[in-house]
Design a protein around this ligand. Structure first.
Ligand code: ATP
Ligand code: MG
Length: 358
């Protein structure tokens, strides 16, 4: 993408896509705009993609959108995409495609509790670092008729290259993030008692990151543990405070982060960024929520926090802090909350409240 410094403006691609994506992304935009002069001048570039767009046009991710992101934007915000549970001919998920095309190899999902509401566990302060390009998401599936009838298979791809770069990202996050209590701890999630070849490679490769040339003891302060994914979910629910950074192959990372979202009370609170070496895209962890779409009741805080994460990734720490602080205050105060958190407020009212505090 074009250098921000050269242009003196921050161009942000906005892809609401489907369902509540259209309702929560304006919140992210409003929060960024409320920062005023503490970040460079921003320009928002509205871009099309999604299942709704596919049903109208036959394309889920138009080439124009990809071109605009690659050539004309410094970063982007994505809303949510509907995933039909049955295969629809010609359709494949635009977010999965975007992650590949822009080489956004890491999905970084911080999950933190800020208030002691009844549906929240206290002391959750962790980050799930999910590999974003391979594992079962290569979507290489076949079905054959075998001697005993139908047989379906899926390829699960794990490479050393992808495992190494996600491992490096996870160690870097563990080293640098401020964590209550000050400990720096990385848990490698795997299932190598069953998948000893694929998960074995993932686990060994991540483990070996501190011994790579040039690391020179940089990660000595990070303690490392390994855990089977099933036992990790169990312990996550019983004692979430033991976790700091969790690094996982794509599918386990997806499941663990939805589970972690339950600990803090709502999917509508959990942000993420899709990050590569040259581009970053904020995206709330939740989906398009068809059950509540169009009612102005979706929680915008996950999208707003995703905007903060995106800014943090670009180095605008102060702007990110201000957005996050405002969101935390609104949650802690508990007066202006959407129904998923037991409140009666509308999406737009929560956005206004966050903006006022920024
Ligand atoms: P998709 O296929 O797009 O993922 P889904 O049916 O799985 O759709 P999700 O968006 O994943 O729906 O949401 C799962 C549940 O969490 C739904 O009941 C939804 O209403 C709720 N939910 C998700 N996001 C939010 C939000 N931002 N605010 C309030 N509730 C939410
Ligand atoms: Mg979903």
């Amino acid at each position: 993408s074009v250098s921000t410094r050269a242009r003196q403006t921050l161009r942000i691609g906005m892809i609401p896509a489907d369902g509540i994506g259209h309702e929560v992304l304006p919140g992210a935009k409003a929060a960024i705009q409320a920062l005023g002069s503490s970040i460079p001048k921003t320009e928002f570039v509205d871009l099309l993609a999604g299942f709704e767009y596919f049903t109208r046009t036959g394309t889920a991710l138009p080439e124009d959108t990809v071109q605009a992101l690659q050539n004309d934007c410094d970063c982007a915000m994505f809303g949510a995409v509907s995933s039909p549970s049955r295969k629809v001919a010609g359709y494949s998920s635009p977010i999965v495609a975007l992650r590949k095309k822009l080489d956004l190899y890491a999905n970084v999902r911080p999950v933190t509790s800020v208030a002691s509401s009844p549906n929240e566990k206290p002391d959750v302060d962790l980050v799930v670092v999910r590999e974003n390009t391979e594992c079962l998401y290569v979507k290489d599936e076949t079905q054959i008729i075998g001697p005993n009838g139908k047989e379906a298979r899926a390829i699960r791809l794990i490479t050393q290259r992808a495992s190494r770069r996600i491992g490096e990202m996870a160690f870097k996050i563990a080293l640098n993030r401020p964590r209550k209590g000050g400990f720096k701890h990385l848990t490698i999630i795997h299932k190598s008692n069953v998948l000893s070849v694929t998960d074995g490679l993932f686990r060994e490769t991540v483990r070996a990151v501190p011994t790579l040339p040039g690391v020179d003891g940089k990660y000595d302060s990070v303690t490392v543990a390994e855990q089977l994914v099933d036992s990790a979910v169990y312990r996550l629910f019983r004692e979430p405070h033991i976790y700091d950074v969790m690094v996982a192959p794509n599918l386990y990372g997806d499941i663990i982060s939805d589970a972690a979202a339950a600990l803090v009370g709502s999917l509508g609170l959990v942000p993420s960024v899709n990050a590569g070496d040259t581009f970053v895209m904020g995206e709330p962890v939740h989906g398009s929520a068809p059950d509540i779409a169009g009612q102005n009741i979706a929680n915008p805080l996950a999208a707003i926090r995703s905007a903060a994460l995106m800014l943090r990734h670009l180095g605008y720490t102060d702007g990110a802090d201000r957005i996050e602080r405002a969101a935390d205050e609104v949650i802690r105060e508990g007066k202006c909350l959407t129904p998923d958190l037991g409140g009666k407020s509308k999406t737009t009212e929560v956005v206004d409240e966050v903006v006022r505090r920024i």
